[in-house]
Design a protein. Structure first.
Length: 381
């Protein structure tokens, strides 16, 4: 479970890691008031569970309460990278002298915790790992031994001498969060040195181990504050596996393997999936109908691709389910259907007979993906 930045920072503060002063705001007016409290300037940060906010307009340095209000209004109205935004974090505007990087994570491959630091933070850490991996210092921490001062000394070896103690204090706090709060990842990018000499966690990314939530009730409760995608909510209610992506082809398939291969084929055909939904084995007419409704309610879907391989699932039942669904919803987009396996012939006949203007029946998976991609690009009729 990924926490919002402000939730991660709350955990940081509880473990003695210094963070900027900040106020969580749910309205533009609150962002204005918060900026006044913070001395007239602020940094307005969109709260979403994805990164890259700095580059994507999700972090705004506001020079006045009015600017903060405007930035918050835009973020709350527009969302961020297709995600709904229900609040922003308004923080004091700090004067940054240097940016570093620090992270700790559970390394499953070695069964240890892994600490990573870089004196050149603030930049894209993946980029740094690719181009100059030697600048990232890594250290494995055996959970039986725990974190000790000699670990910290080694990690901060290339930091400026005057900040080493302060950075070590942050690292010790991060290790406490990792182990004490059942996190699998804690990342601070950037960890900053301010002009006044303080060292602060300017950002916080914390992932909590889902398997530990039963004993982390107060953290699990944070989940209720996550904005729920309405489409995702409907899918979950209906017991369907739904995943939102950012392309334009809506995909329905039965079985995880088939759905994954369908995603690959769509990609190869030059399009991208808007979402996918696995209706599982033994798909009923009812679940097919709900699936179509769910997929079609995502406004980014330009074409739907239904890929069914009948085993226990019978293609004639799927076809009937689709027709039933099309009586409940009126799709504005084409629906490419590939049926194969048990009762495929019968299923295709049912669709043919119905002669629905939106249904495009295609015999193979590859052709179906190509056809869907074509239609998504708006080339074909
Ligand atoms: P991310 O892009 O989603 O990782 O968001 P961050 O919280 O890391 O913020 C992105 C960038 O905004 C940081 O690297 C900083 O350079 C800048 N930033 C954030 N807060 C402040 C601040 O208080 N003062 C200044 N000068 N820059 C800030
Ligand atoms: Mn960051």
């Amino acid at each position: 479970m990924d926490l919002f930045e402000h939730q991660g920072k709350d955990l940081f503060a509880r473990h003695g890691i210094p963070i900027p002063r900040g106020i969580v705001c749910e309205s533009p007016e609150a962002a204005r008031a918060a900026t006044e409290i913070l001395g007239g300037t602020s940094v307005v940060k969109v709260q979403v569970q994805v990164g890259g906010r700095g580059k994507g307009g999700g972090v705004v340095l506001a020079g006045s309460p009015e600017e903060a209000e405007e930035a918050a209004a835009r973020m709350l109205a527009e969302g961020f990278k297709g995600l709904r935004v229900t609040r922003v974090l308004v923080e004091e505007h700090l004067s940054i002298a240097r940016e570093f990087y620090a992270a700790m994570l559970l390394d499953r491959s070695t069964g240890t915790d892994l600490a990573m630091v870089a004196v050149e933070g603030g930049v894209d850490i993946e980029e740094l790992a690719r181009t100059r991996p030697e600048t990232i210092r890594r250290l494995h921490i055996d959970p039986e031994i725990g974190l000790h001062p000699y670990h910290l000394r080694r990690l901060t070896g290339s930091f400026p001498p005057e900040v080493r103690d302060l950075v070590e204090n942050v690292l010790a706090g991060l290790y406490e969060v990792l182990t004490g709060e059942d996190a699998t990842l804690v990342e601070v990018n950037p960890l900053v040195l301010l002009s006044d000499g303080r060292v602060l966690a300017l950002d916080a990314k914390v992932t909590i181990d889902d398997n530990a939530l039963w004993r982390r009730r107060e953290i699990e409760m944070l989940k209720s504050s996550f904005p729920i995608d309405p489409v995702e909510f409907r899918a979950r209610e209906a017991g369907l596996q739904y995943v939102k992506l950012d392309g334009e082809v809506g995909i329905i398939g039965n079985g995880a393997g088939l759905v994954m291969s369908t995603l690959d084929l769509v990609q190869q055909a030059g399009a991208a999936a808007a979402n996918f939904l696995d209706i599982g084995g033994g798909a009923s007419a009812e679940s097919m109908a709900t699936s179509l409704e769910v997929i079609l309610s995502d406004p980014s879907v330009k074409v739907v691709l239904v890929n069914i391989f009948g085993g226990i699932t019978r293609c004639d039942v799927v076809a009937e389910g689709m027709l039933a669904a099309l009586e409940r919803v009126t799709p504005q987009v084409p629906i490419v259907v590939r049926l194969d396996g048990t009762n495929a012939e019968e299923g295709r006949r049912i669709l043919e007979r119905a002669n629905h203007p939106r249904i495009v029946s295609v015999p193979t998976m590859l052709e179906a993906a190509q056809r869907a991609a074509e239609l998504a690009r708006g080339r074909a009729a």
